[in-house]
Design a protein around this ligand. Structure first.
Ligand code: GUN
Ligand code: FE
Length: 425
């Protein structure tokens, strides 16, 4: 791969709590990476092909640290219950359908197409327990050009018969088969497997133990759910009464950070000890505010996590979340942080726009490496936004225009360019 240049109004947040604006600047891509931002283009780059986006906005691509592909079909419906009821009544009946490859192909095709058109450039995705359907999803995601991790889900208890794998060993062997197939029969460049125990209520200790072993063997990352909803937390406590806290139930099997690069979605009710373990083990928290509102789960104390230098990214958590829009996740994160500050903890200062923007880009992007800003050497993941159709009588700076694009949801109509690791989508 060689180099090219795009030009426009650049906004990014290399460091949390601040932002950089470069007006009408040249953003240089070399071998899929950012090579620099220039107001005056150095002679060295004069022969690189240039796309001038003129007055458009250029920002890093959005990272979705937590989304369920098989739930995309019913997003925006069945929102009148809490997590455990919602899983039984809405989610599991839909996920059962992915035993049928025709249904999976149709549904995952719709999902992948929507992801391609979205502001998301990288995603970490739950599939279902079904090996074939999971591979179909990986093939479709690979075709989108996005970079993603996809997990075949493991469940061996507390699920309807069609979604309960036939014992821990069956679930583990099927997972090994899936990993081997993905590694040997498919040459995915952009789509990688991730170990995905659904959550402790659906996974026996035997299964978690075996998955920890598989993880080590293949050196794969991990994703799961943690301390999302009061009823769920209580259930986990009764299932594993000897654990110090919910996350300890993953940690004792090597599925909670440390050598295992791990994302835990939600962390709404993490105890002090759990928060400390998250920090110590370098677990990424996937904050999913839209889902937390819809399922009446609560508000995750993100300011507390940021103060402790815990890694935090954003997740859409479709279909607990109603939309794949990470623009929406950014504004939701800010809005719930204001309610948290007002109603719960006056010391937890609300998130500023540039902080929530950081979570959506560099915060989640760090799970993928040097991703989420335009600093030299970062992956060239960029979005170009045309906000000119939303007229305004007054002059408006780049920072305000970016903020406005998020609040007005311009990711549905305003994306005129999308690049992932230097590749135009
Ligand atoms: N916990 C276990 N499974 C799920 C799921 O599918 N969605 C959410 N939001 N939480 C879960
Ligand atoms: Fe989830």
């Amino acid at each position: 791969m060689s180099g090219f240049i795009i030009r426009g109004n650049i906004y990014h947040t290399p460091v949390i709590g601040s932002y950089e604006v470069r007006e009408h600047a040249f953003l240089v891509c070399e071998n899929g990476k950012c090579a620099g931002i220039y107001e005056e283009l150095p002679d060295y780059y004069k022969d690189y092909p240039l796309t001038d986006y003129e007055d458009a906005l250029i920002i890093p691509g959005m990272v979705d640290l937590h989304i369920h592909a098989p739930q995309f079909a019913f997003r925006g419906t069945g929102m009148d219950s809490e997590l455990m009821t919602w899983l039984k009544e809405q989610t599991f009946p839909e996920e059962e359908k992915y035993a049928d490859p025709d249904y999976a192909h149709l549904a995952y095709g719709i999902f992948a197409e929507k992801m391609k058109k979205s502001a998301t450039t990288r995603a970490v995705i739950f599939a279902t327990i079904h090996k074939e359907a999971t591979i179909q999803l990986m093939e479709l995601m690979e075709e989108t050009g996005l970079i993603s991790y996809v997990g075949k889900v493991n469940m061996d208890r507390d699920a309807p018969p069609a979604l309960k794998e036939k014992g821990a060993l069956f679930s583990t062997y099927d997972t090994i088969d899936w990993i081997d197939d993905v590694r040997t029969q498919y040459s995915f460049e952009r789509t990688k497997p991730i170990i995905t125990p659904r959550f402790i209520p659906c996974c026996s200790e035997t299964l978690l133990d075996q998955l920890g072993e598989v993880r080590r063997l293949y050196d794969l990352p991990v994703q799961s759910h943690l301390s999302e909803n009061p009823g769920e937390v209580e259930l986990v406590h009764s299932l594993m009464p000897d654990t110090a806290f919910y996350g300890d139930g993953y940690d004792r099997f090597g599925l909670f950070g440390g050598e295992a690069r791990t994302i835990m979605a939600h962390c709404t009710y993490s105890t002090k000890e759990e928060v400390e373990r998250i920090r110590k083990n370098g677990v990424w928290v996937a904050h999913c505010p839209n889902s937390n509102m819809n399922l009446a789960s609560g508000i995750a104390p993100i300011r507390r996590y940021l103060t402790r230098r815990i890694r935090v990214g954003l997740g859409s958590d479709v279909a607990g979340g109603q939309t794949e829009s990470i623009f929406r996740a950014v504004t939701d994160a800010i809005q719930v942080s204001k309610l948290y500050w007002r109603y719960i903890d006056p010391k937890a200062r609300p998130l500023a726009f540039c902080e929530a923007f950081y979570l959506a880009t560099r915060g989640g992007g760090s799970f993928f490496g040097r991703v989420g800003s335009f600093t030299r050497g970062s992956a060239f993941d960029a979005l170009v936004l045309d906000d000119s159709s939303d007229l305004h009588p007054q002059p408006m700076g780049v920072r305000e225009r970016v903020e406005r694009a998020f609040y007005l949801g311009l990711d549905t109509s305003g994306i005129i360019g999308k690049y992932v690791a230097g590749r135009k989508i």
